[in-house]
Write a protein that binds this ligand. Structure first.
Ligand code: MLT
Length: 247
């Protein structure tokens, strides 16, 4: 296992900085990359170039650069959708998977309309629309009440994203595949990490998702919302290290 890297894939509307605290504490060599259009990987691509499949190809591109045969792929929310796509397209490359605060189901028609409305708002108003609509749903109530510095840091990262990248990501999220048929076919060990106050991907749904995967463990992180690696990095790192130690 010592030569197997861990690749950390961030959620929306964030970038690789969301993994900073966890990545320093993991027992294996760990890499976090920005998905195309997020953080520093923004180029002048069109929003039409974005899809979860394109994000998975981009992660496999960086993986190739590491010259490893396999990796542990760990994704939060949108990053989890990318891990599902990697499991579908490149299963031989996956030693194990970690699914944080994510779900296998696709967007409902209502959720797709909400993505379109948010994309239009972001195009008109910039990334402040993302902060406005999302920040309270991203972090747990207890985080909002007791640790305003986390809310400020997340707000800053969201504000620093670029508009075409975020509009493209909203389209990729809207059009993502249904991964529920994949769950029973996953042949590698999986760790599912949920936050007890996650409003975007509630813990109960994640527990059910874990039950549908043949070899999955479920860990519930207390006092965490949708951004458990930022809100509770010690508990998340401990859960991941424990899982890695048993591979
Ligand atoms: C994320 O955290 O990546 C997004 O909230 C995912 C989503 O909206 O489906």
């Amino acid at each position: 296992m010592a030569n197997v890297p861990v690749i950390l894939i961030h959620g929306f509307p964030l970038d690789k900085r969301m993994w900073a605290d966890v990545s320093h504490s993991l027992r294996l060599k760990t890499y976090a990359f920005d998905l195309p259009g997020a953080g520093r990987s923004h180029r002048d691509e069109s929003p039409d170039d974005h899809s979860i499949a394109a994000y998975a190809r981009s992660m496999m591109g960086v993986f190739a650069w590491l010259s490893a045969k396999q990796a542990v792929f760990c994704g939060l929310s949108m990053g989890g959708y990318v891990v599902f796509e990697i499991l579908r397209q490149f299963p031989d490359r996956v030693r194990a998977a970690i699914l944080c605060n994510t779900k296998a189901t696709p967007d409902t028609p209502e959720a797709k309309s909400a993505r379109n409305a948010l994309a239009a708002r972001v195009q008109g108003e910039g990334t402040s629309a993302l902060v406005d609509e999302m920040i309270n749903r991203l972090v747990a109530r207890v985080t909002r009440e007791r640790r305003p510095e986390i809310v400020r840091a997340v707000t800053q990262v969201i504000s620093q994203q670029n508009v075409p990248g975020m509009v493209g990501a909203l389209r990729a999220l809207r059009d993502r595949a249904d991964s529920t048929p994949l769950l029973g076919q996953i042949r590698v060990p999986v760790l599912v990490i949920a936050g007890d106050d996650d409003q975007v991907t509630p813990a109960e749904g994640m527990r059910e998702m874990a039950r549908a995967i043949p070899d999955a463990e479920f860990v519930l992180i207390p006092e965490a919302g949708h951004l458990s690696p930022i809100e509770q990095p010690n508990a998340v790192s401990a859960a991941i290290n424990d899982f890695l130690a048993r591979l």
